[in-house]
Design a protein around this ligand. Sequence first.
Ligand SMILES: Nc1ncnc2c1ncn2[C@@H]1O[C@H](COP(=O)(O)OP(=O)(O)OP(=O)(O)O)[C@@H](O)[C@H]1O
Length: 224
Amino acid sequence: MIMLEQICKTYKIGRERKIHALHNISETVYEGEFVAVVGPSGSGKSTFLAMAGLLERPTEGVVRFDGKDVTNLRDKERTRIRAERCGFIFQFPSLIPTLNTLENVLLPKTIHRTYQASDEKWGKEVLEKVGLKDKLENLPYQLSGGEQRRVALARALINKPDVILADEPTGAVDAYNASVIVSLFKEWNAQGKTVIMVTHDMKQADEAGRIIELADGRLKQDME
Ligand SMILES: Nc1ncnc2c1ncn2[C@@H]1O[C@H](COP(=O)(O)OP(=O)(O)OP(=O)(O)O)[C@@H](O)[C@H]1O
């Protein structure tokens, strides 16, 4: 589904300094896979996810989505692919403070003006799956940190994405919230959807079908 071919990503700091976040990474994530990306802090995990999710462009190399070279597509096209095919979960839930739970979940629909009445039904269904059906009208400050994470998870599913890209989705949450999140990934994956999850927690990585290990921006191991 997503192919990274000889990807290098270099960030510039000031005029002189360059950070080589990824070096010559070639990886394929197949449709229906559940892949965990692990490695020490600074090893390039988030950068890997940003390449796979078309959030950033590589400095060198080619990114293919469904076989199509998307590396140099215009921003508008890349945004369209992300909005239609991908669901993102970041470490910080970044909910809109003035919108309630359900409104936050429906935001990707309202923002792209693709909202339909059936979205509300699906939004409520997903919120029920993550145990928040009684908190539809709470504002973010009226939710615990773990609940806010689960709202962000429900929001990522509102478009029924073909691929979920999650960056440390269970970082700093308790065991219960972490298990709700990972169980939902597994459920989504069991329906044939692709999941790419960055984590530093090897126990959670073991839930995935494959583990990609990075070290210093390079591929260290790729284990089934
Ligand atoms: N926008 C940026 N500008 C400059 N350097 C960056 C940028 N994003 C990442 N880096 C650098 O690239 C390297 C890889 O960062 P990345 O966030 O991908 O690592 P990571 O494995 O996800 O780390 P962590 O586990 O701490 O989140 C690091 O050295 C980081 O400082």
